[in-house]
Ligand binder design. Sequence first.
Ligand SMILES: Cc1cc2nc3c(=O)[nH]c(=O)nc-3n(C[C@H](O)[C@H](O)[C@H](O)COP(=O)(O)OP(=O)(O)OC[C@H]3O[C@@H](n4cnc5c(N)ncnc54)[C@H](O)[C@@H]3O)c2cc1C
Length: 451
Amino acid sequence: MKLSDMVTDVLIVGAGPAGLSLAINLGKRNIPSILIDQKPKKEIGYKPCGDLLAPASTRRLFELSGINRPRGEEIAQNLDTAYFRPSENFEFQFPFPSLAIDRLKYGQRLLKSLVDYPWIKVYSKYKVVETLIKNDKVIGCKIRKSDGNHVNIYANIVADCSGVIGIVRRNLNPKVTSKIPNKIQKHETIISYREIIKTKTKHRFQKQMRIEARDELPPPGYFWIFSKGIDTLNVGTGWLINDQNKHINVKEALIKLRKKFFPDAEVIDGAGDTLTGRLPLYSMVANGFITCGDAAALVNPISGEGHGPALLSAFYASIVIEKAIREQRSDERALWEYNITIWNLYGYDGGLGVAVQKLLNAIPFSEFAFLFEKGIITQKDVDAIMDSYDAKIPVFGKAIKLLQRPKMLIKVIKTLYLAERIKKLAQKYPEDPDYFAKWQKKIMRLEKKKI
Ligand SMILES: Cc1cc2nc3c(=O)[nH]c(=O)nc-3n(C[C@H](O)[C@H](O)[C@H](O)COP(=O)(O)OP(=O)(O)OC[C@H]3O[C@@H](n4cnc5c(N)ncnc54)[C@H](O)[C@@H]3O)c2cc1C
């Protein structure tokens, strides 16, 4: 060990929502930790994003651990309604209270709140370049500092909160674990590009989030328009990569749509990034290792919502980390409970998302227009579904009309059935790592099912 090297209980890699939430929650639990990010301090929080935050996640986080929700200038606009436009001639809407936020401002406030916990040290412009492993355990990370020098940070537990890149996870070796994939496969990845635009006058989408199918986009892509203020919008597109769409340039596709629908708008910011579009990692812990947020593949594969899951997963990670550190343990078994919690929480969303993505790959959006144009699903049905959790999509009552499209009917039924089976299996996550292999085999078999 060099003199400049550091030692801590928990090394948190990445100061996005997951890393910040973990640092604050470990701060509250008096666990000495180091939080690092490759970015300069003043850029922490910024990220190309749709900027929507479902209030349920932050409300829950506040209830669980007192982390404040976005407020004041951190909220660009309070949205109230979601609109879906599956075809040119049909759209439906439902109440959808959510926040369009300024990610940089919210991230900066969470970062600044760490001053309340002097045992949490923060280092910016620290980039992880290597995962340090001894025998079968993660023991820290090698960091490159902005001056080009390297430093090793050793920790009992390393938390990978580095986003979709999973910089610590990708360097794990089979001696540490064979339960965690190093690589997220291309077909499990969503490419996405978004712009923040300013319109010349008040735009007509105040307080709205809109998802629209557009012929210009390859399946299963969609165009989003999220209001961010009187004359400001977040517009973007993205799709789960497949063999047919992998060569299409997502940035060009978005620019084309923006020019068509907002020809006079000024572009304030344009940037793209990738998201995971798969089930949560089968396991998110190993000896000396845990992972939260995008690094653990917790993004909803359909809506792309990942901010809330990043904040919340880190809260749950803090519980198991505290227990493990207090018991002077850091082995896989000591952290295992986290897998059970997260799969119970996000397994169904992931399962439904994966199943619907398969459906959209098999049947393009435009085909679904049929469901609405023939009145198989109406605005009234949507209202009923939103009013009651028990209401089911009223497909079966109108099956006669659907029988005109038997292929679609079968595929819709298969989709719902697959999501249900994944949900059931998610709820049966093995209590003991010894039973993991059998469970993994079952979930992988379901994942491979064709719609
Ligand atoms: C185009 C787009 C639109 C989206 N829209 C929405 C939306 O509307 N609503 C929503 O809820 N979610 C949305 N998401 C997803 C959301 O942005 C993520 O789920 C969320 O940011 C995940 O948080 P995280 O902390 O896990 O990772 P990140 O926010 O990615 O943070 C990871 C951090 O790790 C740091 N890091 C990475 N590598 C290293 C390294 N080697 N060394 C040190 N630090 C490192 C990064 O600098 C970064 O600060 C969108 C994503 C994209 C790409």
